[in-house]
Design a protein around this ligand. Structure first.
Ligand code: 13P
Ligand code: SF4
Length: 361
């Protein structure tokens, strides 16, 4: 028996004056009719198989019409969706073309030959995609998808740091705006931060904006780190006491923490690495029970693929990542919004710092 579900998206209709430049170039398409029909059920059944452990059957009829419409429109538009590991399971498993951590997504954006790149992630990630593939149309379904780290520092702050520490090179975590990237020597991500810092061959570096990532890097290198004071609003909430309580209840539990967590949290963990490294750890080691100390959608995404592992979920959500939804991705594809643009002179300088990181291999 098919549920009769008809979704109304007419509120998304745009007046011509509000068309994006991309919409003027490629044209607006009609908004597809969204209904849970036997055809939709049949065509999305293989995708539901991937998420059935984390999305209850009663919810699938709400997601499936969007999933089908998005996948159809992607083909029509020659578009790809790059989704970060924190995207919700229906985005990560059912409409994304590639998934990964910040470094993987940046590399894949640079190599993409699609006409349109839709970023399933936050604004600095979309800017990085535009920097690395400037001739492409890069869209972010909600431009308010920010990041507490990226918002903690400006290009003017970096110039002031340089004046305070003349001659000391500046390393910026990719969780920064293009404005900041344009002022620094090289970027890094959580998967290569120590290597980037050591690649400079100097005694001390300025590292920004995450003070906790800075502490976690400092613990692994002899290079002296001068840190900015930013923090990730999701990872700074975890405490070592909380993790110790989980371990006291189950001494066999594996605790895996993102390096944006405070130093004392990472010290309690069995492993620390980027989101992709955390996923690889679970897939390669098959722990019986695991606590992923990071944004909690990621546990759903890994759980969908590793049924043998039990996940303990202290649920800290990133409100910025959660701004990206299937309805907004669909609107992005229909109306080609919201287009990411960067002033070309600024982009040329910002690109250098990202490219230096990529060139390290
Ligand atoms: P990763 O590069 O590890 O995916 O981290 C990005 C991020 O924003 C984590 O909060
Ligand atoms: Fe930024 Fe933290 Fe959200 Fe990652 S989880 S996007 S670092 S606020």
């Amino acid at each position: 028996m098919q549920a009769q579900l008809q979704l109304d998206l007419t509120r998304g209709a745009l007046a011509p004056a509000s068309l994006s430049d991309a919409a003027r170039r490629f044209g607006v398409l009609p908004m597809p009719v969204l209904a849970w029909t036997p055809e939709v059920e049949r065509e999305t059944a293989h995708l539901y198989e991937k998420v059935k452990r984390v999305i209850p059957p009663v919810e699938w009829p709400f997601h499936a019409p969007y999933v089908k419409a998005i996948n159809d429109l992607k083909r029509q538009r020659n578009a790809v969706i790059l989704a970060h590991n924190y995207q919700t399971p229906e985005i990560y498993n059912c409409v994304a073309d590639v998934v990964g951590d910040s470094l993987q997504l940046a590399k894949l954006a640079g190599a993409s030959d699609a006409d349109i790149i839709i970023q399933g992630g936050v604004h600095f990630m979309a800017e990085t995609s535009k920097l690395l593939n400037p001739s492409k149309t890069v869209l972010i379904p909600d431009s308010k998808a920010g990041c507490s780290l990226a918002e903690s520092i400006t290009g003017a702050d970096v110039r002031a740091l340089r004046a305070q520490y003349p001659g000391v090179p500046v390393v910026a975590y990719v969780n920064t705006s293009a404005d900041v990237k344009a002022e620094v020597d090289i970027c890094c991500t959580s998967s290569n931060a120590v290597r980037v810092v050591e690649s400079l061959g100097v005694e001390r570096v300025i590292f920004l904006p995450d003070r906790y990532l800075a502490q976690n890097v400092a613990a692994q290198t002899k290079v002296k780190i001068i840190a900015w004071t930013g923090a990730c609003e999701v990872h700074e909430r975890f405490t070592a006491d909380e993790l110790m309580r989980y371990r006291a209840e189950d001494p066999g539990i594996k605790i895996i923490a993102h390096p944006e967590c405070p130093r004392e949290v990472v010290e309690v963990a069995d492993f620390s690495g980027s989101t992709a490294m955390m996923i690889d750890y679970v897939k390669n080691n098959h722990p019986r029970r695991v606590l992923l100390v990071t944004e909690c959608s990621m546990a759903d995404n890994v759980a969908a693929e590793t049924p043998e592992v039990e996940f303990v979920r202290p649920c800290n959500l990133c409100p910025h990542m959660k701004r990206i939804t299937l309805p907004k991705i669909l609107e992005s594809l229909v109306y080609l919004r919201e287009e990411v643009t960067i002033d070309p002179a600024l982009a040329a300088r910002a690109r250098l710092s990202v490219q230096r990181m990529i060139d390290l291999g």
